[in-house]
Ligand binder design. Structure first.
Ligand code: DOR
Ligand code: ZN
Length: 348
């Protein structure tokens, strides 16, 4: 049978995106809004988004940064701190502002200094979320300096997430940007109340790529890419027939080139302009194009209890056309756009 030359699916959503603020938001919002109908907006601004008032005002800034004519709905999240207020969570949920709350273990990643230092501290907040049916989104890495960076996800599952799920039996949890075979197994074992997002970059390359011919700062993100067996496990999970628990989350996380190409570069990969093209490439390579819609457009809404999108989008089998970088602040700075090593043969 001839390979398909196009694929049409319900418009996807991005269940994990960093849109930033200020000039970076102005430069980046259009790229997420051009591909996705909705996106879960990460709250790790400086200072973080912790109150309903801040979330509403950030949502307005996002809406104004999206060009007129693009229909896009930002879904707001609350950044959990040790002092997270259960009443603020419940109120924001009732008012239709919070879609979820985000758990960053303190110091795990970019702008996580205000993150959570112990799960006991947020138990009241988690109880309120459980009652309100509000999902907890988890950056699943321990931060202990004595745990190897490649083991931080699996250690987190055992030490932190398994006890948390036991303690909060009704809480819905998304293990964000999974990077390991153990992460896949953990989500599967958790049943319907546990979901997992998978990024285009973790499906595209393994940890060797970070050091191919020299150090590659634009492939550095957290959790860091793991060994090949883990990448293959992610590809199997995303494309498995009938799977309902894994869904699209790009973790698009722009940093200007100067802050990545330096002695201590930032973690984060800007993939928004190429996200659907890369996911489609991966599903095509796996012979699973007929399952792309489930992963990109159906499983996420079902998990969050939101309607699926009615609009359709079409991708064509044609070499990727996308900028290598985009300008920020009138060209004073730029952000490098993610590219997998292998060719991407899909475009909008
Ligand atoms: O690589 C990452 N970048 N991982 C995260 O968890 C945060 C993100 C960012 O905000 O830059
Ligand atoms: Zn993220």
């Amino acid at each position: 049978m001839a390979p398909p030359t196009s694929i049409t699916l319900r418009q996807p959503d991005d269940w994990h995106a960093h849109l930033r603020d200020g000039p970076m938001l102005q430069a980046c919002a259009v790229h997420t809004a051009s591909q996705f109908a909705r996106a879960i907006i990460m709250p790790n601004l400086v200072p973080p988004v912790t109150t309903v008032v801040e979330a509403k005002s950030y949502r307005e800034r996002i809406r104004s940064a999206v060009p007129a004519g693009l229909a896009f709905e930002p879904l707001m999240t609350c950044y959990l701190t040790d002092g997270a207020d259960p009443a603020e969570l419940a109120r924001g949920r009732r008012e239709g502002v919070w879609v979820a709350a985000k758990l960053y273990p303190a110091h795990a990643t970019t702008n996580s200094a205000h993150g959570v230092t112990s799960m006991d501290r947020i138990a009241p907040a988690l109880e309120a979320m459980e009652k309100a049916g509000m999902p907890l989104l988890v950056h699943g890495e321990v931060t202990d300096a004595d745990v190897d960076i490649f083991d931080r996800e699996t250690v987190f599952l055992d030490r932190v997430l398994a006890p948390l799920l036991k303690r909060h039996q009704g809480l819905k949890v998304v293990l964000e940007h999974i990077t390991t075979r153990e992460g896949v197994a953990f989500v599967e074992a958790g049943g319907a109340r546990v979901g997992g997002t998978i990024t285009p970059h973790h499906l595209s390359y393994n940890r060797n790529a970070l050091f191919k011919g020299g150090i590659r700062p634009h492939l550095y993100c957290l959790p860091i890419a793991k060994a090949e067996e883990h990448r293959l496990a992610l590809r199997r999970a995303a494309t498995a027939p009938g799977q309902t628990q894994f869904f699209l989350g790009t973790d698009t996380a722009p940093h200007t080139a100067d802050t990545k190409e330096c002695a201590c570069g930032c973690a984060g990969i800007f993939n928004a302009p190429v996200a659907m093209q890369v996911y489609t490439q991966i599903f095509a390579e796996e012979g699973a194009l007929d399952r792309l819609e489930t992963f990109a457009s159906l499983n996420g809404p079902r998990f969050y209890g939101l309607p699926v999108n009615e609009q359709r989008v079409t991708l064509h089998a044609a070499p990727l056309v996308a900028p290598e970088r985009i300008d920020v602040a009138n060209g004073d700075k730029s952000v490098v756009v993610f590219r997998p090593d292998a060719p991407v043969e899909w475009s909008y």
